[in-house]
Design a protein around this ligand. Structure first.
Ligand code: SAM
Length: 245
């Protein structure tokens, strides 16, 4: 079937590729990817030969237009270096433009570090907000964090090893009582998930500098310090309950 296939690839353990992903990658005319070397290795491991086209969100519009044109007549795959394309990875423009052009867009779901980390963290998973990478600069990081203070759900960030401790210190300063989790090297040999206060985790990683890839999660605020959405409605409800019927 012609179309644009968004194909998730493993985030570490190469066995985490779906049967559908293998079938689609094996049958497509071209694979759009972030880094042809990284995707070349994966395809080689799977025994698949396919034409690779480098694509990132800075690629000139002609590159996307050509891929979309091809996808009208043949299956075209979009992958990223690891995990689900578009999730802190390129592809948003391509998918948007393909949909606008009326091209068939198909999703082949699979590994995603944010979801894998959330699932194993032990933090509330019924509501969460994925906020991508935190800014590098202290002030910008603080601004982003304080902007998320009122979110009544678990916050999920991507983080890098060298920046983890500073981010944890910033979280500790803002939310000393919240439970935090660090999910590291998911699906790989040294997979670990540690939780505790941000200050405790910052001390741990200061003493044991982390390596590898990291998902940083912050539990929701305690119910009593959440801002009240509509005080009038709450007051009316309380009065109705209290009044004799
Ligand atoms: N699209 C990818 C996905 O679906 O997970 C994420 C791409 S983003 C550029 C890369 C970041 O994802 C890393 O810096 C890290 O924060 C997180 N990540 C990727 N693989 C990971 C893993 N195996 N364990 C923990 N975090 C991971």
């Amino acid at each position: 079937e012609p179309g644009l296939y968004i194909v998730a690839t493993p985030i570490g353990n190469l066995a985490d590729i779906t049967l559908r992903a293998i079938a689609v990658l094996g049958g497509c005319a071209v694979v759009a990817c972030e880094d042809t070397r990284v995707t070349g290795k994966l395809l080689k491991h799977l025994g698949i030969k396919a034409r690779l086209q480098r694509l990132d969100d800075h690629a000139p519009p002609e590159v996307r237009a050509r891929l979309i044109d091809m996808a009208r007549g043949a299956p075209v795959a979009l992958v990223s270096d690891a995990g689900t394309p578009l999730i802190s990875d390129p592809g948003y423009r391509l998918v948007r433009e393909a949909r606008e052009a009326g091209v068939n867009v198909v999703t082949i779901p699979g590994a995603c570090a944010a979801i894998a980390g959330l699932a194993m963290s032990g933090l509330p998973s019924d509501r969460f907000l994925f906020a991508g990478f935190l800014p590098v600069k202290d002030k910008a990081r603080e601004d982003v964090l304080s902007g998320l203070a009122g979110v009544g759900g678990t916050l999920v960030f991507y983080e890098t090893a060298p920046r983890l401790e500073r981010s944890l210190r910033a979280i500790a300063a803002l939310w000393p009582a919240r439970e935090v989790a660090v999910a590291r090297e998911l699906t790989k040999l040294h997979e670990e998930c540690r939780s505790g206060s941000a200050a405790k985790l910052a001390d741990h990683y200061a003493a044991h500098p982390p390596k590898g890839e990291i998902v940083l999660l912050v539990g929701p605020p305690a119910a009593e310090d959440q801002p009240v959405a509509d005080p009038d409605a709450l007051l009316r409800a309380a009065l109705t309950e209290a009044s004799p019927s």
